[in-house]
Design a protein. Sequence first.
Length: 202
Amino acid sequence: MADELPFVDYQPPKPGHHGPLIALVGEAPGADEVRLGRPFVGRAGQLLDRALAASGIDRESCLVANVFRLRPPDNKVAHFFASRRRATAEGVALAERLGKLGGACCREAYAGEIEALGAALKRFAPAIVVALGRTPLWALTGQDGITALRGKLLKGRLSPAPVIATFHPSFVMRQNAIGPQTEATFRADLALARELAARSRT
């Protein structure tokens, strides 16, 4: 089941990186990521790169990851989740210990992805973790509600590093058709992550 989906691993920080590390965690890879074998390389990734540069963050010095390293069918992250009713109908197990995202739980077949992310965060020991969207917010903190929690410093559940929640770059891209306010907020959240990471050195 899980191993039938295209796989894109995390992008580790460049060798020889010194100083506080920032981890950037998105949802799941898309077609461009599968083709190039790196997270965040499509249009949303390009927006992320511009925002990182504007915020004074070197992407190559970050751990860049997704909650799920597998590309879901039709890019629908909901593929990894199911309600109790649906799980019963399909005869599949749910990882209820991870908590609900909305009215659904992560399917047990994909729970190992959350565990792998936690292991990577412990191994790289970032000073701060940026949750890029609702699904990473849930995976990293067990909480839901990106609009209410964005820009706040939250306690992580996968590693000792604190978490800052912000919008997913694809959401920012869609909002740019309305105006620049969302991208400005997104950049401010990234700049806050950089500032907090720098403070961790002292």
